[in-house]
Design a protein around this ligand. Structure first.
Ligand SMILES: *Cc1c(COP(=O)(O)O)cnc(C)c1O
Length: 495
């Protein structure tokens, strides 16, 4: 069955998956959503015999219906290969009764690699099949992990340029170092004096600027986005939730049909939305536990039906979740209105103009499988320490937010369902905070000493991404003010 995509705001004609992936954002500022969520029409028991690539194919082919089987296999085989440091691609680790789905075995040791390893293939294949002649310019705002993962994916991919904006003081030292040392002639990194929301708003503005679009086209370029607003990011992420179920089946922890819960440390709402789509496809999932750090807009939203970004913004130890405007929530909003794109557009207008909106009771009922919870900095550090003492397993601060909220949820509800916790970053990406949580004695250690200490404590070898940093040269050092973002794009592209 053919699936078409439409904008959440209704101002754009229906389009194919490959065209939606090329466009990134719909021209009316909305996000592309599928006309319906396809069913996973194979028996669940068949999952147990599939490797990651097979699961990815079965899931993605249901959504990306205008890609041929050959095209999809080409994309999947090139994405999920030996650039991951485990053959499983996404390993499920049991600790203290929960199942941590390690999504950080790719090039940049964070979960963004899961989708950004394949997006360049999906996008260049889409350009070819739609006879697009222009060079694709990936324009991306990052809270730390997306930018690096996108650059690693797109570096030296013919026919593409990639420009990444990040908040100068809003990313971890390792995250920043990984970005400014990125190689590849087509990669460009710009720091902005502002926070992630400023970067994201700035990028959206450049996307929507008509003069810019005109000048781009004249110069032979077209924009696309590697942010999780791109449906080509979301669809590959659905696969690993099916894969986690497959792992549980294989290890005999569950039998086919058993209901599991999924807990996701959430920022832009892409990862948990993928879990929701997995559920809608037919994966037996009970609650979707949406875990936030101190920037707990979503917790309040799920508890009250009011989304309100007018609040203090905190820089936390989980910077990839320091977000007040979770873009992908728009897709859930649209779904909860049962496809009322006018209503969705009105709510998003209210968000732009007043920073808040309120949804109806009927809409709230349509999202009742979500549970919102949050953990503050003390609780995050305590959770890293607690889990390590209990099980010897070391988790990063983002994963710890999810782990802490999962415990709050089970205490509150007594829900005994087996739970998969999305483990979104390697502790090595946030070594300083992780070690600080374990023991204050590490504070005086140098960066290199800390990596060695973490290797000893966790029993996990230092990943290649970190080893390479030790000798990598800084290649990018531009810093601009927020109003200068557009000009820096023009400078980079010489337009
Ligand atoms: C991006 C990111 C998140 C948040 O994921 P969303 O899809 O934006 O909700 C959580 N943890 C880490 C480590 C990330 O990089």
């Amino acid at each position: 069955m053919n699936i078409m995509y439409h904008s959440t705001r209704g101002g754009d004609p229906d389009t194919t998956a490959s065209r939606a992936i090329l466009a990134g954002l719909a021209s009316d500022g909305g996000l592309y959503v599928p006309d319906f969520i396809p069913a996973f029409d194979l028996p669940l028991t068949s999952l147990a015999d599939m490797d990651y690539r097979a699961v990815a194919y079965e899931v993605m082919s249901r959504f990306l219906t205008d890609y041929t089987a050959d095209e999809l296999h080409y994309c999947i085989d090139h994405a999920y290969d030996s650039k991951f440091d485990t053959e499983e691609i996404a390993h499920l680790h049991e600790a203290d009764g929960a199942f941590y789905l390690e999504l950080f075995h790719g090039k940049t040791i964070a979960f963004k690699d899961m989708a950004l390893s394949i997006l360049p293939y999906l996008m260049t294949t889409a350009a070819k099949k739609n006879h697009i002649g222009e060079k694709i310019v990936i324009l991306t705002a990052t809270s730390g992990d997306t930018g690096k993962a996108a650059m690693a994916g797109f570096a030296d991919v013919p026919g593409t340029e990639i420009i990444v904006f990040y908040p100068k003081d809003g990313v971890s030292p390792v995250q920043e170092r990984m970005m400014v040392t990125q190689t590849g002639e087509n990669t460009h990194v710009v720091a902005i004096r502002g926070n992630f929301d400023d970067a994201q708003t700035g990028v959206k503005k450049i996307f929507g600027d008509e003069k810019m679009a005109e000048d781009l086209l004249k110069a032979g370029f077209r924009f696309s986005s590697a942010n999780s607003i791109n449906i080509g990011r979301l669809v590959p992420q659905i696969a690993y939730y099916f894969y986690s179920y497959a792992s549980l089946l294989r290890s005999g922890k569950i039998t086919a049909g058993d209901v599991i819960n999924i807990t996701v440390p959430t920022g832009n709402f892409g990862n948990i939305l993928a879990a929701h789509y997995a559920k809608k496809m037919g994966l037996p999932v009970g609650r979707l536990i949406c875990a936030s750090n101190s920037n707990n807009v979503l917790t309040d939203f799920f508890r009250t039906g009011i989304y309100d970004r007018n609040r203090e913004f905190f820089l936390t130890s989980s910077p990839s979740m320091d977000i007040l405007v979770s873009s992908n929530l728009e897709r859930l909003i649209c779904e909860s209105t049962e496809g009322d794109v006018k209503k969705t557009a009105a709510l998003m207008k209210s968000l732009r103009e007043t920073g808040r909106y309120e949804i109806t009771d009927a809409m709230r009922r349509n999202m009742s499988d979500f549970y919102g919870g949050c953990a503050d900095e003390n609780e995050v550090f305590e959770e890293i320490r607690r889990l390590y003492k209990k099980s010897g397993y070391v988790i990063d601060p983002h994963t710890a937010v999810a782990s802490a909220v999962y415990h709050k949820y089970t205490e509150e509800t007594g829900d005994p369902a087996p739970t998969v916790i999305a483990s979104t970053a390697s502790p090595y990406k946030f070594t300083r905070n992780v070690l600080a949580a374990l023991d204050p004695k590490y504070e005086s250690f140098s960066d290199d000493e800390q990596f060695d200490a973490l290797a000893e404590v966790s029993g996990v070898a230092i990943p290649a991404a970190i080893r390479q940093l030790r000798s990598a040269k800084v290649r990018h050092n531009t810093v601009v003010a927020i109003p200068e973002m557009e000009q820096s794009v023009r400078d980079i592209l010489h337009i």
